[in-house]
Design a binder for this molecule. Structure first.
Ligand SMILES: Cc1cc2nc3c(=O)[nH]c(=O)nc-3n(C[C@H](O)[C@H](O)[C@H](O)COP(=O)(O)OP(=O)(O)OC[C@H]3O[C@@H](n4cnc5c(N)ncnc54)[C@H](O)[C@@H]3O)c2cc1C
Ligand SMILES: NC(=O)c1ccc[n+]([C@@H]2O[C@H](COP(=O)([O-])OP(=O)(O)OC[C@H]3O[C@@H](n4cnc5c(N)ncnc54)[C@H](OP(=O)(O)O)[C@@H]3O)[C@@H](O)[C@H]2O)c1
Length: 478
């Protein structure tokens, strides 16, 4: 498989050009940043016949949380391709060039771009790559031992999300990129669908923002980045002295996200390899213990919240906002259909109380999308760990019965085997490149053998073998 020089974007081809019986080399399921990165890096590989399916009508990236002014938590170099191939035409810088925005961006001196800008960049890539099929929901994946191929069943959806047609594709390999789904804690589940009282997940915040700004009292639950951004936006736009906001979280503190230079080395391929080689109980202990690497709040957002609270004291009083960490929502119920009562517990204090509120925003995080129904057809071939989770090898492949000759690659569903970096945009291009290297035989994307100053562990993990990897950093001068 060879890489052709960068070509300008080509328009997508239509479904009429598809030959449904002809097997593909690769089918991607889901088009978020993970599989969009894979599609962008696969695009110049002549001879790799790939197609990617996404259930949404077009590319969208967490639209309900694109709050004005919010930024990525990683530098723009963590775009879809640059960390694997800075010469790719699908880089963020090339997007800026295509949009005539390079000079303003240069003078802005911004390393962390607006989330809205990242979403627009991804849409530009998504609108241009010919291998993407939006409005296609993948329903089932099976292994066909007679043809030595995977069968992928999908439903074609119209723009309202209604089923239009059924289809099937055959493929030698699969890349799962189905991402995460909003998590609603058990006690809140009966309340989320009641239209009279807004109890919404933060993922839908912008759809309900006007209603939340008008509500008498609002409670935000959860103190990750989503909770902090929602609380800050509500605080900024509710009247001074009558904010009437509660911000509660089970986390023990409104804690900053770890962002030190060496701390960030947990998001390198070196750490991922180290983590993957640890025993399963040790991996399971580590991920929750590393919560400040993935669950804290960006220090600038904490500062902005404090600034806004302080500004609101200048008229003399304290803002009418209660910020309490360490609080668990035990149960919740509706009062007279228009209000909500939350039953709270403070774990350290061993105290309990009740809070009546008019609207709740659940910034309670996300969970990896369950794969059970989608992969039921692969069940007899799948190898599982002691907690019944799929085993995933270091090349991000499901460990399957050797009778299955194809590979199922997992993108952002491998925290249990690859650690905290699985959802991180900074590892996306590297993971896509390693998948393409393992699918092809001539390493189209040579990757560095070392990526961190820290040496993780006393015994070295085997580096990804590659003929063209250099073991040393190239000296600046001879
Ligand atoms: C608000 C927010 C901001 C974030 N910001 C950052 C950040 O700044 N930096 C960072 O490193 N990480 C960030 N993250 C982490 C997050 O993991 C990544 O941003 C990113 O979305 C992961 O991309 P993905 O493609 O793996 O998954 P997703 O973005 O979840 O995309 C998965 C896609 O698969 C589709 N899909 C699912 N099932 C099917 C099916 N059966 N058939 C067809 N399509 C299907 C879904 O519709 C979806 O479009 C953020 C997360 C959130 C929630
Ligand atoms: N600007 C950005 O780039 C941006 C914006 C938003 C999100 N993100 C990223 O997206 C990912 C998800 O972030 P997130 O903030 O949505 O989720 P998160 O980081 O998982 O935080 C969820 C919060 O909800 C709390 N919680 C969960 N269940 C609860 C319950 N029953 N009662 C009370 N509190 C409960 C959690 O407490 P516990 O700690 O006890 O579990 C935690 O404080 C993170 O990696 C984040 O960095 C990035």
């Amino acid at each position: 498989m060879t890489r052709t020089p960068p070509t300008p974007p080509t328009p997508p081809d239509g479904p009429s050009q598809e030959r449904p019986e002809a097997p593909r080399d690769l089918v991607g399921i889901g088009i978020g940043p993970s599989n969009l990165s894979l599609a962008a890096l696969a695009h110049p590989l002549t001879g790799l016949d790939a197609v990617f399916y996404e259930q949404r009508p077009g590319f969208d990236w967490h639209p309900g949380l694109l709050i004005d002014g919010t930024t990525l938590q990683v530098p723009f170099l963590a775009d879809l391709v640059t960390l694997a191939d800075p010469t790719s035409p699908w880089s963020f810088l090339n997007y800026l060039k295509a949009r005539g925005r390079l000079y303003p961006f240069y003078f802005a001196e911004r390393f962390r771009i607006h989330r809205a800008e990242y979403a627009a960049y991804c849409r530009w890539v998504g609108d241009s790559l010919p291998a993407l099929r939006f409005g296609h929901q993948v329903d089932a994946v099976r292994w066909n031992p007679e043809r030595d191929l995977f069968e992928v069943d999908f439903t074609q959806l119209d723009t309202d999300g209604e089923a239009e047609a059924l289809g099937r594709t055959y493929t030698r390999n699969i890349a799962l990129g189905v991402g995460t789904a909003p998590h609603v804690p058990e006690p809140m589940r009966p309340l989320v669908d009641a239209p009279a009282v807004p109890v919404i997940h933060a993922a839908d915040y912008l759809d309900h923002r006007e209603r939340l700004l008008k509500a008498e009292h609002v409670t935000v639950i959860g103190s990750g980045q989503s909770g902090a951004e929602v609380f800050l936006d509500l605080l900024r736009h509710r009247p001074a002295g009558r904010e009437k906001l509660h911000w509660l979280s089970r986390t023990q503190a409104f804690a900053p996200m770890e962002y030190s230079k060496l701390g960030l080395e947990h998001f390198t391929p070196d750490y991922t390899r180290y983590f993957h080689a640890l025993p399963e109980p040790e991996r399971d202990r580590l991920v929750p213990a590393q919560w400040q690497l993935h669950k804290g709040i960006d220090a600038d957002t904490i500062a902005a919240i404090h600034d806004e609270l302080y500004r609101r004291t200048l008229h003399g009083g304290w803002p009418d906002a209660v910020l309490t960490p360490g609080v668990l929502v035990r149960t919740a119920g509706r009062i007279a259909t228009t209000r909500i009562e939350l039953h709270l517990e403070h774990v350290q204090q061993a105290s309990r109380s009740r809070l009546t509120t008019d609207a709740v925003v659940l910034a309670t995080g996300y969970r990896e999308r369950p794969l059970g129904a989608l992969l039921a057809g692969l069940d007899p071939y799948m190898r599982r760990d002691s907690s019944a989770r799929p085993r995933i090898d270091e090349h991000h492949r499901l460990v399957l019965d050797p009778a299955v000759t194809g590979a199922v690659h997992v993108q952002n569903g491998e925290s249990h085997t690859h650690g905290v970096g699985a959802p991180d945009l900074g590892l996306t291009a590297w993971r896509s490149a390693s998948i393409l290297n393992s699918l092809t035989d001539n390493d189209p994307y040579p990757l560095p053998s070392r990526t961190a100053f820290t040496t993780f562990g006393l015994t070295q993990q085997p580096r990804i073998p590659s003929a063209r990897q250099s073991r040393m950093l190239t000296p600046l001068i001879d």
